[in-house]
Write a protein that binds this ligand. Sequence first.
Ligand SMILES: [Zn+2]
Length: 331
Amino acid sequence: MSYFEVTSDIIRVVGDESIEDEINACYILFDNEIAIIDSGTPKTPRKDILDCIEEYGRKAEDVAYILTSHEHYDHFGAHAWLKKKTKAKIVAHQKAVETLQNPKKLITDHYMLGKGDKFMLSFYGSPTDRLQACTVDQIVEEGDTISFGSTDLEVIWTGGHSAGHVFYYEPRSKAIFIGDEALMYPGDSYKYYIDFTGDATRRLKALKGLMNINWKILCPIHDEAYMQTDGREMLRMAIDGHNQWNQTIVDVLNEHGKEMSTGKLARETEERMGISWGSQMSRLIDHSTTYMHLLSLKKAGKVEGRGAYDKARWKLSAEALLEEFDSEFAI
Ligand SMILES: [Zn+2]
């Protein structure tokens, strides 16, 4: 087991590396009661969470809350198991509730898998296979506070990476738990990932919003906690990466000069961005990030698209074409 003290009351428990070398982790917050933020996959860190609590001389019964940053399998994977061991309340944003209660929604709503993908996953095994449904005991929304002992956690709804994504802000130590909205795991393409329930505009808003929140410690799940200067640098890189994805889509469309399908556009954008999802995960990730960027570009009037997701055809709007023309010929 490995765990790291972020502060004397905040511990990050890191599980064994699992699929595609992804690092799965969670945070334990100690007060006279305990809260756990995220629970990793069904496999890891799982038991290490309770072992860590024991090593700190505390008991499973002290856990009052199991909080959810968002509704992905590597964040609520051990919720059901932990609840049985601790009797704690499971907390999630209203938009995450259905997926926690029915994890099959990951396949249908979040990853929108087609028949071929489902077949491949049934062959190789899906990371969602051992996922247990759990009942959410407390639904939170933007502005709510979760309190235990003398600790308060303020809920900030972000809804970028996935619809039910939230940040938890702890004002005493000024730590903010940011789930998967931003991370800078070296070479990891997931730092850009938005699923089919997410929203690229909201993700950018969340990242920019973080620049204005008075935090001292930035706590992502798959990456170690950052102190102020490094955290701000990481956020700047995340914002740049997000904008770069948007601009790459515009560049590809501009150079192509005619309508493109979502799949072709996504493949070309990902290639230029140097994205590699890994062989197994690419089945789950598919083209959702590009698609969600396209929807936000459409809202901003930069692209026009007809049809839904894989049937959609995209082109630059007249306004965006003019902008591209101007920037190419600007002196
Ligand atoms: Zn996620």
